[in-house]
Ligand binder design. Structure first.
Ligand SMILES: Nc1ncnc2c1ncn2[C@@H]1O[C@H](COP(=O)(O)OP(=O)(O)OP(=O)(O)O)[C@@H](O)[C@H]1O
Ligand SMILES: [Mg+2]
Length: 394
């Protein structure tokens, strides 16, 4: 879970005063005004878009503060604001602070904030720059990486960082091209008769939501994109190119893909992923492909140490070093993901292993590392046996 970023402390109270919103209203000292935890003078981060209320004196509006729904619309009129980009602003006025439904938070622009992900995730800096730029341009992105390299986690973190609604969709359950938007289900009527009904998928709900509310931006994550039937995948092709339409089986007509919807897909690519199907060049061409790799050892150690503070640092370093020994071995077709190192650290932090007699780590390698390969740890002829041999030597 992303930790909300702390806002810098509010500056000391100033003599500045708010403008009275209606004639005769008492003039208040700025620092006194507070609305549901938001204070005048507070510095905060928000993403602004063009204000849909054309009659408003403010050109830009934000609805979220640091990823959470704001108590009121946040308004600004500064030309330096770039729609869709994170800005640092300072609250100058809160109108109707006591009301939950009415009023607004007026802010002054301070600076644009560079795109950043929280430090619970590591992304190569160049990859982060490319990803951010591609999404700002509005291109579809294909994350291609081995199991457990952080594709799913990354997609969620990006949505959070960009203040987008996140829709997770697992493509491995797709059999027909229409399944992207709706699935046919059989259910019993009150009289006990069987009836078939269309159930909209999260994608269809998101497309409808995006059309209803152009202010919100949606990131639809198509996980396991090459684990659905190849023919079925064709159903989503027109959604991903300039056609930007999809056939909706519920209405029997095409639904437009609103501009405020972006797509990210993820695949495992390689012959070792036997449950996958090939993405043909035309499908691939509809995405900007980005390769994801396992994180560098020092980053993996840092993240595991953060997740498992009870585990000795030297044990974490040892486990990551062992994992990299396996990853770098060319005779093994399958890689070890961070799920495996995470599993060992989780076990080491469990009370069952606190008073383990002797060295628990080799015992955990047998299951958490060797167990992810074909064969058994004590069968030298198998991949699991080869992993065990590598680790025993180290
Ligand atoms: N770069 C990374 N930063 C932070 N955590 C990571 C990173 N890479 C992997 N992980 C951790 O590894 C685990 C698996 O990550 P995730 O589910 O995102 O992998 P994936 O690439 O989607 O795998 P799969 O292809 O099997 O779906 C998670 O616990 C995640 O926190
Ligand atoms: Mg995944």
């Amino acid at each position: 879970m992303a930790k909300p970023r702390k806002s810098p402390p509010s500056p000391p109270p100033t003599e500045a005063t708010t403008e009275a919103t209606t004639k005769g209203q008492a003039v208040q000292t700025v620092a006194e005004v507070e609305s549901f935890g938001v204070k005048v003078g507070q510095v905060l981060e928000a993403i602004f878009y063009t204000n849909p209320r054309k009659e408003s004196a403010f050109r830009f509006r934000a609805t979220h503060i640091e990823g959470k729904s704001a108590p009121k619309a946040i308004l600004c009129n500064d030309k330096r604001i770039q729609p869709g980009k994170l800005c640092q602003v300072r609250v100058t006025k809160i109108s109707k602070p006591e009301s939950q439904e009415r009023g607004a938070i007026e802010v002054e622009f301070l600076s644009l904030v560079a795109f950043r992900l929280d430090d619970d995730i590591y992304v190569e800096p160049i990859l982060s720059k490319k990803l951010h730029a591609l999404l700002e341009i509005g291109m579809n992105v294909l994350l291609d990486g081995p199991q457990g390299s952080g594709k799913t986690v990354l997609s969620r973190k990006i949505a959070e960082a960009l203040g987008m609604e996140y829709v997770f969709f697992n493509c491995s359950a797709i059999f027909e091209s229409s399944d992207f938007l709706a699935t046919l289900q059989v259910r019993a009527t009150p009289s006990g008769q069987a009836e078939t009904v269309w159930i909209p998928t999260d994608i269809l709900r998101a497309l409808e939501g995006a059309a209803r509310d152009p202010e919100k931006r949606y990131l639809i994550f198509l996980d396991e994109f090459n684990r659905c039937r190849e023919m079925a995948r064709n159903g989503i092709m027109p959604a991903l190119d300039s056609t930007r339409k999809m056939y909706n089986p519920i209405t029997g007509s095409n639904i437009a893909i609103p501009e405020n919807v972006l797509w990210i897909a993820a695949i495992n690519n390689g012959t070792q992923f036997t449950g996958t199907t090939t993405i043909d060049p035309a499908q691939l061409d509809r995405f900007a492909p980005l390769c994801i790799r396992y994180l560098p050892a020092e980053q993996e150690v840092r993240l595991l140490a953060k997740r498992y503070p009870q585990v000795q640092h030297q044990h974490i370093e040892r486990v990551v070093k062992a994992a990299n020994l396996v990853r770098n071995n060319r005779d093994l077709a399958v890689d070890l993901s961070m799920r495996a190192t995470d599993e060992i650290c989780a076990l080491l932090s469990h009370p069952n292993f606190a008073d383990f007699k002797g060295d628990a780590i080799p015992e955990l390698y047998k299951t958490s590392f060797c167990g992810r390969f074909l064969g058994r740890w004590d069968d030298e002829a198998s991949d699991a046996g080869l992993v065990w041999k590598l680790l025993a030597k180290a």
